[in-house]
Design a protein around this ligand. Sequence first.
Ligand code: TTP
Ligand code: MG
Ligand code: MG
Length: 473
Amino acid sequence: MRTAPTILHLDMDAFFASAEQASKPSLRGKAVIVGGLGPRGVVSTCSYEARVFGVHSAMPMAQARRLAPNAAYLVPRFGLYRQISEQVMGLLRELSPLVEPLSLDEAFVDLEAGETAWDEASALLAARKLRDDIRAVTGLTGSVGLAACKMLAKIASEQAKPDGLVLIEPGTERALLAPMSVRILPGVGPATGDHLRRGGISTVGEIAEAGEDELVRLLGKAHGLALYAMALARDERPVVAERDTKSVSVEDTYDVDIHDRVRVRMEVQRLADRCVQRLRGAHLSGRTIVLKVRRYDFSTLTRSETLRGPTDDPAVVREAAARLLEAVDTTGGVRLLGVGVTGLADYTQEDLFAQARAAAAGVEEGASGERVEEAQVGGGAGAGAGAVDVVESAGGEPAERVWWAGHDVRHVEFGHGWVQGSGLGRVTVRFETPGSGPGRVKTFRVDDPLLESAEPLPLVEPLPAGPAAPGEG
Ligand code: TTP
Ligand code: MG
Ligand code: MG
């Protein structure tokens, strides 16, 4: 393991909610909740002002409304978040070729590989400059952790939140980890956490005390050894660029085509288990489960399902693979079956049982690769999510106009604004832009011909073009 704190972890603060506050001046300093606003909606995230009421990511929206009735409720604008994410990742790539994005708002950077930093002082300098640059380019804040390994860099950025920078000095890791809950370690989800607690272990220090043999006894060899090493702050995982393109998969070709549906199901379960074994062996988890079927006529098809977060739980992968198989016709017989997991991450982020339930309930991946619940679109009209109004388009075809809370609009007379709410045939718009002061509110009929939907405006005015290069005129 390296001896200098040159692994950097960045995570943007209250990402979706901060982007909304930056684009809507009237919401700055206020409780803002972003998520699905339909009857089964969940909170994607909320501003720190809303967190004091106990609202958090993945909470049912109905519960959030009870806790923070006066907050602003908005549906996500993934296009905007993706643009900001690209700006942030661009700044990270200026620091090093080794940038490992974990989600839209989060990444590891190996500063040493980029020759940007080699010791504590140079790492701090790079991190401070990065935070300034992110603010200048995006108008938003991100928190940064610096440490000698990935696990501690991530813990450091968590401690730095919001809008901070924390460096964990090499050599102090074990003392820092000792009192922390085992759940802080990568790969320890609720199930493993419970299992350890029943074995009398609830802190990282207790794992270290229990010793390697006890961990292997409790969790099996691969998982036990890996976790014991993490508890001692021995984390050798390298920062890997573009991890998302990788996958872990297993497949079997059969000498004789399988016709029996029950047997096909069994084979898929077996492959799912083998795939998870490999995944765990590599200390990885993944979000997308892929089923591959080659039929008697050599036609090959793949089906995939994306979960709310990465998993390495055999039950979750088995269930997803079984669901995918249900949609595949195998009556002519199959000669090859495969199960794979892609969208890899090196830790498990969310409650696995919640993931399984969410997947079963038809949760869909948002266009951005972030999590979004399908139910927020559609069922919302009348529930305050948006009002639907059918108007004739130029070609005489009916086109739907939907006024989603939080989305941008333009009015011929009043200019750029955003939908504050709608219902009962009316839509309320607040006219303001990222660069303006808090704006005024006006109400229109949902079919007002002077009102149209608009693209988000940049949060920060792009810098004026520099002076012409020498030699040009
Ligand atoms: P996070 O980085 O986990 O959270 P955050 O940026 O909102 O807040 P923090 O300051 O604590 O980092 O997630 C990044 C974005 O991903 C978040 O703004 C919204 C989205 N997201 C979901 O849609 N669902 C979820 O369950 C979580 C955790 C995040
Ligand atoms: Mg974040
Ligand atoms: Mg994040």
